[in-house]
Design a protein around this ligand. Structure first.
Ligand code: UT7
Length: 333
């Protein structure tokens, strides 16, 4: 049995922060951010919003879009690098709020490639007959060092969810591949607060160490190289030419990275979706928010081949080829 994406839901917090509205202490400019990243604004969680609350909103939309009874869900798999709390899994809060009483709920962490890695696992489970809610979520703006201009300007908040099930009706996952290189773990991540660097009074007093740390140039280089190669590998494995790809849906990190990956994979710019200007980098949520936005704008059509590709901390990266048999219902207001 094949597995397919049967419905899509996405949610971004209503509050928008433009480049001009970033704190003056960052010593940055709209011009620098636009030219180096393409980002113009980001959605930012309000004080009352958390990873679970945005995930619940996206999940409710995915279920509502296809009128699925939450009791039909076998699994809730939530991918995030910014969980509700250390334990229990954020997915458990979602399970409770949805009333998915027969589902098993678990979190996975894979950086910005995490949604594709999680979907790759869910695909196998759906092929075996299970119905899986896969959620990619980040509330990154609560994990940033707002004195570090090299990271603070890049990220935004949001959540996306898909229902994956044993069916040919929807977007069929034709081929999926992902890989990791843990030797690069120190380049990008949130290294403090775990068992290697536990929470101490000094850590808390510093006020910066619990936030995201990134060596941007190193990430940039590997992101272009590994996303480009992985996209080519997936096309080769699936025996499909670049000319037959209708849309590339790349992780929305930086317009310069998106352009370079498309060039590397031999795909013309017009077939590469980007809305990084509006949403910035939403980590694990980025691919699924992009898919929801594309469906909302009528860009996804039956018969199309979609190639998606992502890269993030770990390093981990992945790519998938999707075939649109039917456009899945989507809610993204
Ligand atoms: O999703 C995966 C996670 N992350 C990514 O994909 C991000 C990958 N990396 C990038 O997108 C880019 O490396 C950045 C956007 C982070 C940085 O762009 P860059 O072109 O690589 O700039 P850079 O790091 O080489 O910095 C150039 C200059 C430096 O100043 P000096 O040393 O030349 O005086 C930085 O201090 O730009 C400065 N700079 C800034 N200036 C104004 C860095 N950030 C900013 C800023 N505003 N926000």
């Amino acid at each position: 049995m094949n597995s397919s994406i049967l419905s899509v839901g996405a949610y971004v917090p209503p509050q928008i922060m433009t480049n001009q509205e970033l704190p003056a202490s960052l010593d940055t400019s709209d011009e620098w951010i636009r030219t180096r990243t393409g980002i113009e604004q980001r959605h930012v969680a309000g004080p009352e919003e958390t990873t679970a609350s945005v995930s619940i909103k996206a999940s409710e939309r995915a279920l509502k879009a296809m009128a699925l009874d939450p009791r039909e869900l076998d699994w809730i798999m939530l991918c995030t690098d910014t969980p509700e709390m250390w334990s229990p899994a954020t997915a458990c809060f979602v399970q409770d709020a949805l009333g998915a009483q027969y589902a098993s709920a678990i979190d996975l962490t894979g950086g910005c490639a995490g949604f594709l890695q999680t979907l790759q696992i869910a695909d196998k489970m759906a092929q075996a007959g299970e119905t899986v809610l896969v959620i990619g979520t980040e509330v990154l703006t609560k994990s940033l060092d707002w004195t570090d201009r090299s990271t603070a300007v890049l990220f935004g908040d949001g959540s996306g969810a898909v229902v994956v099930g044993p069916s040919n009706e929807g977007i069929r996952i034709v081929h999926a591949k992902s890989q990791s290189d843990g030797s690069q773990a120190d380049i990008l991540g949130k290294p403090y607060g775990g068992t290697r660097n536990p929470i101490t009074p000094e850590l808390v007093a510093d006020g910066h160490l619990h936030t995201i740390h990134m060596e941007g140039q190193k990430v940039f280089k590997r992101a272009v190289q590994d996303m480009g190669s992985m996209a080519l590998q997936v096309m080769q494995d699936a025996q499909i030419n670049a000319q037959d790809i209708d849309w590339v849906i790349p992780h929305q990190a930086n317009q310069r990275i998106i352009d370079a990956v498309a060039h590397h994979a031999g795909i013309v710019k017009e077939r590469v979706f980007s809305h990084v200007a509006k949403y910035a980098n939403t980590g694990s949520a980025s691919i699924v928010i992009a898919l929801a936005d594309m469906i909302r704008n009528g860009l996804v059509k039956p018969g199309q081949n979609l190639l998606t590709v992502a890269f993030g901390s770990g390093f981990s990266w992945g790519s998938q080829l999707w075939k649109v048999n039917q456009v899945p219902p989507a809610i993204f207001e």
